[in-house]
Write a protein that binds this ligand. Structure first.
Ligand SMILES: C[S@@+](CC[C@H](N)C(=O)[O-])C[C@H]1O[C@@H](n2cnc3c(N)ncnc32)[C@H](O)[C@@H]1O
Length: 463
């Protein structure tokens, strides 16, 4: 009501909106300062792709895409290009780097991702500042997806269009229908619950009283999948308390991620995560940051770095070694673990900005085949890097691991594994998986004692 009255006096409306948004910005920044996770907010590195598109601005870009016969949906801030034939020929190699069911949201405001802002036209200066950089928007989309209300966001990419830099969000395309009024009500109810629990606030002063929440389809932003799931596709107004959303996911899966016995190092036998969260946001028995620091020089010395490679992680646990590989520029990461553990990893990774990943829930055993789990669209070649870390005492040395298309494999043994056991295991892998050890060292990280780390290599995969 007040907003409607204010709208009659544009100057007063605008000034009130600036003040309101300014206050909200201050509150959000203060809250973030208190709960800011250490380490980067978006883990995976930004990949850059050349594109044959040439345009000086959003209008020209839209015309060019449509002149090529592509379907393009124009929003206030983005041009959304859904999956369709001929896309790879028009957008370039970025299309084949992602699953075929992905759509590309090209930001109308041209900039490389590190400088990109989502809003093309902001109503207020404060609103643009409140929403932050493109990775803040990407995290909002990932949070909405993890809450079951939005499509999966896979990546934010840099498109090099001649001398112009473009930024695109790569999202799972939603094939949905228009919602009913009841389904629209379900969305607002779900948002109200999140707002009530202080997980979410809205960046606009009029809250639901704006086109983006209008019944029934929120200005085209709300769809319903065949399975009846709500999908809100443009969460630009959503400000999440990310630490709290992440905390909820961790709490839901804490039992399965506390792999192993209770640690007796703490009074009462407190249990720790197996893999600690990046940046020390939550400690674990193992420290993926330190493990990668130990691995980096060994891999680099043998041309085995994860950069531009597919990384395969057998017994991946929470997937945080996969996240480290994506941070180092891996093209994609595929991990396997027991179904409940894999479910936790699949939820966690996109929230940490490590969505270039597939996690497969599977109980591994001697006869298991893993190669069919590698997504068929993924151009792996035979050059992948396979992680087989602290895994052999759980799953043995299945031939299925040897049949994966890797060129390098990192073996990590058990805590305090003696040299004779490690040598015997290396001999087994060399024989079964047709590879040879090329480097080794000892690692002690997190709360653990020393264990051996061996790099194995082969000239070509057996495929
Ligand atoms: C010691 S943890 C190592 C995790 C990870 N590789 C790392 O080093 O951080 C062992 C992992 O193996 C998984 N695991 C145990 N038995 C398994 C099985 N039969 N199939 C698949 N995963 C299994 C556990 O869930 C756990 O995540």
């Amino acid at each position: 009501m007040l907003v409607r009255q204010l709208k009659r006096v544009p100057f007063l409306h605008r000034t009130t909106k600036e003040l309101w948004v300014g206050a909200k910005l201050l509150r959000a920044r203060l809250r973030q300062a208190g709960a800011r996770p250490r380490g980067p907010i978006w883990l995976q590195s930004t990949r850059r792709f050349p594109t044959p598109l040439r345009a000086n601005g959003a209008q020209a870009l839209k015309e060019q895409l449509r002149a090529h016969g592509l379907i393009v949906h124009e929003g206030r801030h983005t041009l959304y290009v859904p999956p369709q034939p001929e896309l790879a020929a028009r957008l370039g190699p970025v299309v084949e780097a992602f699953p075929p069911e992905c759509g590309f949201k090209l930001l109308k405001r041209f900039a490389a991702p590190e400088h990109a802002r989502y809003l093309y036209q902001a109503d207020t200066t404060g609103e643009a500042a409140l929403l932050g950089g493109i990775h803040e928007q990407a995290r909002a989309a990932a949070a909405l997806a993890s809450l079951g209300l939005g499509p999966r966001l896979i990546d934010v990419v840099h498109l090099q269009a001649g001398d112009r830099d473009l930024c695109a969000m790569v999202v799972e395309h939603v094939r949905g229908r228009r919602p009913t009024v009841t389904e629209h009500g379900r969305l607002l109810d779900a948002l109200d619950v999140l707002r009530g629990r202080e997980r979410l606030s809205l960046a606009n002063p009029s809250r639901y009283d704006c086109g983006d929440f209008e019944a029934p389809d929120c200005n085209g932003n709300l769809m319903v999948t065949d399975a009846g799931e709500l999908r809100y596709v443009d969460p630009q107004l959503f400000l999440f308390d990310h630490a709290a959303v992440l905390g909820d996911v961790m709490d839901r899966h804490r039992e399965v991620l506390h792999f192993g016995d209770r640690l007796r190092v703490v009074k009462g036998g407190e249990r720790f995560l197996y893999q600690g969260l990046p940046g020390g946001a939550e400690v674990g028995r193992r420290d993926p940051d330190d493990r990668w620091l130990a691995l980096d020089p060994m891999l680099a010395a043998h041309g085995a770095s994860p950069r531009d490679r597919v990384v395969l992680d057998v017994c991946c646990n929470a997937g945080l070694m996969m996240a480290g590989a994506l941070h180092r520029g891996a093209r994609w990461a595929v991990g396997w673990d027991l179904p409940p553990v894999a479910a936790a990893a699949a939820e966690l990774l996109p929230l940490l900005g490590a969505g270039r990943s597939t996690v497969v829930g599977r109980a591994l055993h001697e006869d298991v085949e893993l190669a069919p789990d590698v997504p068929a669209w993924l151009p792996v070649g035979d050059d992948a890097l396979c992680l087989f870390l602290a895994a052999w005492h759980h799953v043995g040395f299945p031939p299925g691991v040897g049949a994966l298309p890797w060129r390098f494999l990192v073996y990590e043994g058990r805590e305090h594994e003696d040299a004779a056991t490690c040598d015997a295991n290396v001999a087994t892998m060399e024989r079964r998986w047709r590879c040879r050890a090329v480097a080794s060292r000892v690692i002690a990280d997190g709360l653990c004692g020393p264990r051996p780390l061996v790099l194995l290599a082969r000239d070509r995969s057996p495929r």
